[in-house]
Design a protein around this ligand. Sequence first.
Ligand code: GLA
Length: 788
Amino acid sequence: MFVFPHHSVMKKQLIGLIFSMFSVAYIPSVLAQQETAAPFKIGTESFILNGKPFVIRCGELHFARIPKAYWRQRLKMVRAVGLNTVCAYLFWNFHETTPGKFNWQGQADAAEFCKIAQQEGLYVILRPGPYSCAEWEFGGFPWWLLQKKDIKLRTQDPYYLERSRLYLKEVGRILSPLQITHGGPILMVQVENEYGSYGSDKDYLLKLRDYLKDAKFDVPFFTCDGVVQLKNDVQKDLFAVVNFGSNPEAGFKALREVQPEGPLMCGEYYPGWFDSWGNAHHTGSAERMVKELDYMLQQKASFSIYMIHGGTSFGLWAGANCQPYSPETSSYDYDAPISENGSANAKFYALREMLKKHLQPGEVLPKIPPAITAQKISAFNLTSVAPIFRQLGKPELSDTTLNMEDLGQGYGMVAYETTLPAGAKGTLDFGEVRDYAEVYLDQKLIGVLNRMKNEHSIALPALAKNTRLRILVEAMGRVNFGEYMHDRKGLIGEVYHISHTSKSLLKGWKHYSIPLGEGNPAFKYQPIGTAGKINEPAFYKGTFTAQNKKDFYLDMRWFKKGIVWINGHCLGRYWNIGPTQTMYVPGVWLHTGKNVVVVLDLHQPVAARLQGLEKPILDSLTEVKVSSNHRKGRQQFGNNVNHLIYSGTMQNSASWQIFSFPLRTGRYIALEALNNFAEDAYTSAAELELLDENGKEIPRTLWKIVYVDSEELKSQDGKSENVFDLQYTSIWHSQWKDRSPKHPHQVVIDLGAQTCISGIKVLPRQDMETGRIKDFRLYLAEKLFNGL
Ligand code: GLA
């Protein structure tokens, strides 16, 4: 053991040095790899651009979500708000729609996007993937990867790695010449995306980094992760940035713990959030955004605002989250400072005001481009119709059900058909239905199976004769985040006919592919008047006259659920449950004069009628009538004192609250909030983790909410599932809009199996104090609790 007689200062420095040598020592290694003459480098304290310290003020936008003709306008807005860099994902599936065939033209012209950014005075941070997330279909992965039955995405699976290598090689061919090292705008390149939320195989990341190097990328590489996931994949050879939606102090503190030196950067700062069907519209406070970004700049820290402009998930490109399955809306407005149609909103002006204070010497803010105006389109009727079932085409036959990928189909719908024998009433049981199915006996619709509600069985009436069973399955977005990403579509698993006497496997299936996407669906139409009553999914077609080529918002409120095309451009999905009730129509896709619109409706529209509005409707839910999605009638959490395992008090802070107790076993856990710090009626929580016998977080894959007394579903997405969705920005919040039921508030989770627990971690809401739990009780039981 060393003894230091008297020089405590020297002793401290020596200890500091030993610490930095044994701790991660990231920067020295990353720094060492950089060419001294490199125009852009990662310094020990700041980024270095052309030899001078440089603070990255960045905003994220996705060129795949913006009509090409508008790229320059959007980039001018990014410059005008006061940013100096734009961050862009590449979505692999947008460029390699079929294996080996790449498209870098038109809407997919990534090089052109980077060039325009440079012309508009912006640098570029490139996030090529192979995985991107971004609420984009399958996180950016091409659907055809799933044709390989045993593929293991985001691992060192040889097939997956080889396809990723070929894709990244192609990205290098197109974009490496646009790096700052070659006179272009690209400063840095990200490796994968938030891998720490999925795995911890650091070599996998280094392999991808090497593929990028082989693809001639020679600017610095980096990774991004959420605050807690940083530890899972930060490593010495890759610079790390941290993603957070609030509390920059805590975020940067966590980054410093794994990366003691180097520029501080927030890789994704969320001014708003994305929307999903059936959940309340998300907004974020402009005031908090400005305050927190100002704080970061005062620390000379860099940031990227995710999203500075969200745009639209046109076509069938919107993805989904899971568990529970939660498909995202077509609008990706994200409550960003630059709205979906490219216009400046209050957040834009507040941000510009603040950023004015942080310009580099000699840097001036350009004028704000002229405002974008929209047009009105008076209401008009669609006049012709194409019922789907009369035009199904040639089936693929198989004794077992084939999923969409087996049929060589990426997107759209599949109609499954077989025959049910005459017999007593019973049930049809499906393995999984991905994602929205209509079940018909002959022409008669007997029900809908919605994956969002985890529905996979349906009652069958008695059948007097052999009857045709037809199931039309619509694929909504493939999961873009988390462990459910191997998201094959269609009917997954076997289908059983169960009656009180027998359980029989259904065979002899016909599969009718109905591929959908860009371009009008190839169906024959007849005048609506001659088609008689339409009791099946159908395409409706009509025309409208546009006086000019200004944008507008198509009002979908007469229709129920489906997809829309204008002049062959697929605008995306719509669904009358909301929260969005309109679809953004870019003026550049219009003709002055006659325009053709096609609407698929899986249900029968109230009227085949549309109109164009000047303003969007992004926050109108139509189905929320309950105090909770997980409470039947007057169900109550009964007296369960015999299952009480712990009582405690939390701190009023944004940090994780950790409580340990003697090891207990059970399957159902209940967290009961008794009060909060504001002494009002609300409860909120962002995340909940349970610890096993070794104090390690227990996987949450099988968790399901079985009861919650109150969740705000109308004016905020306060659903209880948000406590295990790995997103720190989403929260469980008890009701506050229509009514504010008093404490106690309970959330009860089925862990899926008897589980040993030695502790609980609760992450309070991050953005404000409202509802933060103070005193609480924890219950654990092997069987469901009394009262439920
Ligand atoms: C993560 C991902 C992004 C996006 C945001 C949420 O942090 O990295 O791609 O999904 O969450 O919008």
